[in-house]
Design a protein around this ligand. Structure first.
Ligand code: GLU
Length: 268
């Protein structure tokens, strides 16, 4: 049974970029005759607000993007993330890290604390030197040598919050998500997520990463860069923009389901 999801972070109102992600994941679920879940990814609690979670859900309703089942909220799921971290620790697949942000550096983490450290601030997942590849439904094969490019990555942050990478893997696994449809900004997080899935004995879903809506300055539109809320636009104008962006000719959701099915589901 196909199960997809839309997983917004409630750091601001829904903007065109996140509407595209919502529409693409909804279309894929409906075109497969599957379920579409909504999950509030407020794991980074200091940046999230309840008003934005409410506003995002209201906007989805206004666009006719109906979801199945109850909305799961990450800030209420810390026990599950803690259990997953414990499993990694028990399997010696995670280690405590004392490095400050500055010591850890910007690029690949050099593994400074692999042999132990005095004062644990954060927990990192131990990455073996291996390349991870997967077949993205939109973009084709994507490979990354996580050990060489990212290094051991944080699963529990120094401020006590779990990292997105761990939370998303635990939730997709527990919710039985078979298909992840999301923006290409998360393409290079996917190999890390696949490593965590393997370490935790969870299946790897199929992935489709759609192109990102760019702002006028060429950067990804995001809530942090004050992208305009779709609520300020007329619903049909915003929907047409989102569908056009996904390279669809349809201008209504119903018509788009059929078009999406012909392009992305049939014969694949
Ligand atoms: N919460 C993430 C975001 O809003 C999306 C995570 C995902 O789809 O895996 O960027």
């Amino acid at each position: 049974m196909y199960r997809g999801r839309f997983a917004p972070s409630p750091t601001g109102p829904l903007h065109l970029g996140s509407l595209v992600a919502a529409v693409a994941s909804w279309l894929d679920a409906r075109a497969h005759g599957g379920e579409w879940l909504v999950r509030m990814e407020d794991v980074d609690e200091p940046r999230c607000k309840q008003i934005w979670a409410d506003s995002i859900l209201q906007t989805l309703e206004r666009f006719g993007l109906e979801w199945d089942g109850a909305v799961i909220v990450q800030s209420e799921r810390k026990d599950a993330y803690q259990a997953a971290l414990q499993r990694l620790k028990d399997g010696r697949m995670a280690y405590g890290c004392a490095c400050s942000r500055k010591e850890a550096g910007e690029g690949r983490y050099p593994g400074t604390c692999r042999q132990g450290c005095a004062q644990v601030r954060a927990w990192r997942f131990l990455v073996e030197d291996e390349a991870v590849s997967f077949e993205d439904r939109w973009r084709g094969r994507f490979s990354q040598d996580v050990g060489a490019e990212v290094g051991d990555f944080v699963v529990l942050r120094a401020d006590g919050y779990f990292a997105y990478q761990l939370a998303v893997v635990v939730d997709d696994g527990e919710q039985g998500v078979t298909d992840v449809v999301r923006g290409a900004d998360l393409l290079d997080s996917t190999p890390r997520q696949i490593l965590l899935q393997r370490a935790l004995g969870l299946p790897t879903p199929r992935y489709l990463h759609h192109p990102l809506v760019m702002g006028e300055d060429g950067d990804k539109l995001s809530k942090q860069t004050q992208a305009r809320a779709v609520d300020e636009m007329q619903a049909d104008v915003a929907l047409a923009a989102a569908l056009g962006f996904l390279e669809l000719d349809s201008r209504t959701l119903e018509a788009a389901v059929e078009e999406w099915r012909n392009r992305w589901v049939k014969g694949r």
